[in-house]
Design a protein around this ligand. Structure first.
Ligand code: CA
Length: 502
């Protein structure tokens, strides 16, 4: 039977299909000692009572009895450790880079100047300070795309950043900082090339000075609808400003850039039992290669990593990073506790049946997206990183909230892994979708950019597919279009707002 082993040091692997006792274990001289259900773990070596059980390169728990090689590992024969309290987390400095990295270390992007991440696309962003203006802005953007954009062939698209925040909110609430900085940072996205075109209503709580710098907050950049003479004037003024911005953006050209100018994010959604076996570790491998080359790579989804957070702490590069990790995780625990929501992703009976022995193992399936690199920074939702390397952005796991949060953090491409399938996309950046199994790719051949099913079947190793993915990422940020882009599939910009609505 075919098995998938994730990390070199793992002493267990997962069987990809139901395995009858006596069946040989592919790639080893072992036989299954009993019937092992699909997705469950088989011991690759003799594991003695008290020995660590290692999967994803981390200790999932300790054997409660001797488990001979070929034996079935399940929730009954490993100890179920509880994840430590947040206050007890300590840096372990255990992050590591891959031993060999590809030669290709540059990409073709739009430079935004020293110390700023570069763009993967050249776009005019029309930003908004309140949802009330959304209809006008959408119509104006449509007109610009139809009538003005064709004159500027070097500009890829016009993106209206309409979002639900801005008014009818407790703007001075403690947590209002999260949506405010998210709108501010989305407005300054690397793909918009520093050009500001902002539309406001005039009486909203989120005023332009909260989004823009004093130099940016000038009449050439800002249109306030309550100062316009009717609908026609609104559209005309937005189109005129857009034309001026497009003139400038059209002069931008792709140049060869180092990986240090690149910022890429990942999330998963609609996961299945193979997410943590094929797609997520493949992303993790590619992310490690990118991080080793100096790029910034970002993973998120607090509720999905919560129970493995001590393993993230172990990879933190210094105590300051762990302190920020504690702060963000504690904030999220309290946010959930306010509504009496359980923070733990305790495996449901179905999870255990599917082979996930404990909560740490379940979290590791999601954490696998982050590979093994040192975690150099932890940021809050909508914040931007200040250095290069592996970054944990503490956003919700919700696909449609995590996406815009990472967008605000300045990612210029997002990898999205899924087992069940979703046509999710973001308009301002390429979203690259990876399915976990061949069957999913067969069902939606024209929606998945990569099929990680090759890892399940053994046609490719995680290292092989992860290295391929590394190349695809550099192709996409250099201009190659994803399926979501070709079809114009994108979701709304749902800004994370944990503060009260009034
Ligand atoms: Ca998600």
């Amino acid at each position: 039977m075919r098995v998938v082993k994730i990390a070199e040091q793992d002493n267990v692997a997962v069987v990809v299909a139901p395995t009858p006792g006596g069946e040989p274990i592919e790639g080893t001289d072992l036989h299954a000692l009993c019937d092992i259900p699909q997705g469950h773990k088989v011991a690759l070596v003799d594991i003695r009572k008290g020995d660590p059980v290692i999967r994803y390169g981390v200790v999932l728990g300790y054997a409660l009895e001797d488990i001979p090689a070929g034996g079935w590992i399940n929730e009954h024969n490993i100890e179920l450790p509880s994840s430590p309290e947040v206050k007890d987390l300590v840096a372990g400095f255990k992050g590591r880079f891959p031993e060999s990295v590809p030669e290709r270390k540059t990409w073709m992007g739009y430079d935004n100047g020293p110390d700023l991440p570069a763009g993967s696309r050249n776009m005019l962003g029309i930003i908004t300070s309140v949802q009330c203006v959304a209809g006008v802005v959408r119509n104006a953007a449509e007109k610009i795309r139809r009538e003005i954009l064709p004159k500027y062939p070097n500009v890829d698209d016009v993106v209206e950043i309409v979002h639900p925040y801005g008014c009818g909110v407790a703007i001075k609430a403690d947590d209002a900082d999260i949506p405010i900085r998210s709108v501010r940072n989305v407005s300054h996205h690397p793909n918009f090339g520093g050009q500001i075109l902002a539309v406001g209503l005039g009486c909203e709580k989120l005023t332009m000075d909260m989004i823009l710098s004093p130099e940016e907050n000038i009449p050439e950049n800002v249109i306030i609808l309550q100062e316009c003479q009717g609908y026609g004037d609104m559209i005309d003024r937005i189109c005129e400003a857009a034309q001026r911005k497009l003139e400038i953006l059209n002069k931008r050209k792709r140049v060869e850039l180092p990986l240090s100018k690149l910022r890429v994010g990942a999330q998963c959604g609609g996961s299945d039992a193979f997410s943590g076996i094929s797609a997520n570790p493949t992303i993790g491998y590619a992310f490690d290669l990118l991080a080793a080359g100096g790029a910034t790579v970002m993973f998120s989804e607090v509720t999905e990593v919560r129970d493995g957070v001590h393993l993230l702490a172990e990879r933190c590069s210094d105590e300051k990073v762990v302190e920020k990790l504690k702060k963000e995780i504690s904030w999220y625990d309290e946010y959930l506790a306010r509504q009496h929501v359980d923070r733990s992703a305790n495996p449901a009976p179905g999870n255990k049946k599917g082979g996930l022995s404990n909560i740490v193992e379940k979290a590791m399936g999601s954490i696998a997206k982050s590979g093994h690199s040192p975690i150099v920074e932890v940021i809050g939702p909508g914040e931007t990183p200040s250095c290069q390397g592996m970054v944990f952005a503490a956003t919700p796991a919700s696909d449609i909230v995590c996406g815009p949060s990472q967008l605000a953090s300045g990612i210029v491409m997002q990898l999205f892994s899924t087992g069940r399938g979703t046509p999710y996309g973001l308009k301002a950046i390429p979203v690259y979708k990876i399915c976990t199994q061949h069957s999913m790719k067969k069902q939606w051949p024209d929606l998945f950019d990569l099929d990680a099913g090759y890892v399940v079947t053994g046609e490719k190793s995680i290292a092989e597919l992860g290295t391929e993915l590394y190349g695809h990422i550099l192709d996409v940020v250099s201009g190659e279009r994803t399926f979501a882009e070709k079809y114009g599939l994108y979701n709304d910009i749902i800004v994370f707002n944990p503060a009260p609505i009034t």
